[in-house]
Design a protein around this ligand. Structure first.
Ligand code: F0G
Length: 525
């Protein structure tokens, strides 16, 4: 019989097939995915990828499943756009309560809904730019008003002509007549207009991952993903994480000023005003796809200070690190990072729905945004209600789920550290917080085993190791495209001691294979 033609991601599925990973799963619960063997019997696989982080509560959490059924059975409206959505407000209220608890002193945040992480990031970026353009408009209105006031003051005799024009480029003489003053105002306006169109300046961190749509991709560091599409979106300046001085210099390098004409102590005076060109800084408190790297509390405090001085909003991408994964609802809470924006996604959908939210600090929020931004599916009745229930489940029993994420995470990290101590030649680092963990293996591009060496040189060793873990130990792990020597571990809070031991057994074998350069089990698992 011919194999059926693949229409969906045939290349990728084919590549997975070369590693024996093109498995069709037919059932899922907690941390287990099941496929059927030749006899039709279910084979369980321990899922350590956890839906790339969307399964904090595991596959098909019974309470969420039964709530979803209830919504559908009772005819709850999924699509009722342009109507009142109290459930959306309840999600906003619940998230505000959590932020207030974890980041004391935070002001309220409005909530905007989107459908995916990347869309959430693009919505935040779009709002940043909307806010910047409105700040620009206000500045130019003020400048125009002040020029008018100055002209009237000179004409009315209450203000003297300016005697210092040095802020204008070129040798512009100080005006001595009203006509020359008119010409000076014209030169100032021309100078300002030339600068008004300066492109917005966005900052992101090296190794960042913020999505793969044409806008969000510009903020994703890895050139493998971004390079071909760089001309499709805003130019983003990447700065090294945890280096506040580098960020401060980069901000200073982009400073652009315009000129305002003000009456100061009875004399018309040229004054420099900062043009709002800095549109936003976007950060992950713990970088996920980029290799599990945490920001420090010192860096968080410094970027907050620097951004406050230049009115640069900080967009905190908690799509992967949020929803309790690191032992607190927001990973930002560990480092006191107060964002102007927070973006949540992944586990917000309870492992069933697709949604994301953008929380915007009220004092930065532009309500007019609601008139220029929308999506057919965002804030739909089904996923919004599921998000509310997911948050309720996480918050239940004084946030027992967060404590569990922290405790399970420590247990896994403890096991991995023991492994790293036993195999220091093979495991370079074990890092993470809560259930966002990475195991970094030593570079094998000079390995003596040709199989291991060639796979490492092709950047595919983790796929080969993942294949071995899947086929020999029934463990599913994830790669990070940006760190080809890392296995990513993001299970749900249900991970049991027994499953952690299963992980230990599989990973110990992987370490032995690498230590002894014994590629046979990799090829014939
Ligand atoms: N931001 C972060 C921090 C992410 O980890 C991701 C996705 C996104 C944004 C985009 O979200 O996929 O819903 O559009 N990360 C996955 C990963 C794909 O590999 O960790 P999306």
């Amino acid at each position: 019989m011919n194999a059926p033609i693949r229409y969906a991601e045939a290349l990728l599925t084919g590549m997975l097939g070369t590693f024996g990973l093109d498995i069709e799963y037919v059932r899922a619960e907690k941390n287990t995915l099941y496929y059927l063997d030749e006899d039709g019997a279910e084979v369980p696989v321990l899922d350590l990828i956890g839906g790339w982080g969307s399964l904090m509560l595991g596959h098909n959490h019974p309470e969420i499943v039964s709530y979803a059924k209830e919504l559908l059975d009772t005819g709850w409206p999924t699509h009722s756009q342009h109507s009142s959505h109290p459930v959306a407000d309840q999600v906003g209220a619940a998230l505000n309560q959590i932020i207030g608890r974890e980041l004391p002193g935070a002001e309220p945040y409005t909530i905007t809904f989107a459908n995916s992480g990347a869309e959430g990031i693009e919505t935040a970026v779009k709002h940043c730019e909307f806010d910047r353009v409105l700040r620009l408009k206000t500045l130019f209105e003020e400048i125009e008003w002040n020029a008018d006031v100055a002209l009237k003051a000179v004409l009315g005799g209450s203000a003297a002509l300016p005697d210092d024009t040095s802020l204008l480029p070129g040798e512009v003489p100080a005006p001595t007549t009203i006509e020359e003053f008119g010409a000076l105002l014209g030169a100032v306006a021309e100078h300002n207009i030339a600068r008004a169109g300066t492109s917005p300046v966005f900052f992101a961190l090296e190794r960042a991952f913020h999505g793969k749509l044409v806008g969000s991709l510009q903020f994703t560091f890895n050139p493998i993903f971004r390079a071909a599409f760089a001309s499709l979106g805003p130019a983003v300046n990447f700065v090294p994480p945890n280096d506040a001085e580098a960020f401060e210099s980069a901000v200073a390098a982009h400073r652009v000023t315009v000129l305002d004409v003000q009456v100061v102590d009875g004399k018309v005076t040229l004054v420099e005003r900062d043009l709002p060109v800095i549109a936003g800084l976007i950060v992950e408190p713990i970088q996920g796809e980029g290799g599990i790297h945490a920001l420090t509390a010192e860096f968080a405090a410094r970027i907050r200070q620097i951004c406050d001085t230049v009115q640069c909003p900080i967009v905190v991408d908690e799509i992967q690190s949020g929803m309790g994964r690191t032992g607190k609802f927001l990973a930002s809470s560990h480092i006191g990072l107060l964002g102007d924006y927070f973006v949540l996604g992944k586990s917000l959908g309870g492992g069933i729905a697709k949604s994301s939210v953008i929380l915007i600090r009220q004092s930065r929020y532009r309500p007019e945004f609601e008139l220029v931004h929308s999506s057919t599916f965002a804030k739909d009745g089904f996923s919004t209600a599921i998000a509310r229930r997911t948050i309720e489940i996480l918050e239940a029993d004084d946030g027992a789920a967060y404590d569990r994420a922290a405790e399970r995470g420590e247990r896994i990290l403890g096991m991995l550290r023991e492994l790293a101590a036993e195999f220091p030649d093979v495991v370079v680092d074990v890092r993470g917080k809560g259930l966002l963990i990475g195991v970094e293996f030593a570079d094998q591009s000079q390995a003596s085993s040709p199989v291991i060496r060639e796979k490492a040189r092709a950047g595919l060793l983790v796929f080969q190791l993942g294949s071995y873990l899947e086929l020999a130990h029934h463990i599913r792990t994830g790669p990070t495209a940006s760190v080809p020597t890392m296995l990513r571990i993001e299970p749900s809070i249900h991970i049991s001691d027994q499953e952690i031991e299963q992980m230990r057994t599989g990973l110990t074998e992987v370490c032995r294979i690498l230590r002894h350069q014994d590629a046979l089990p990799l090829v014939y698992p």
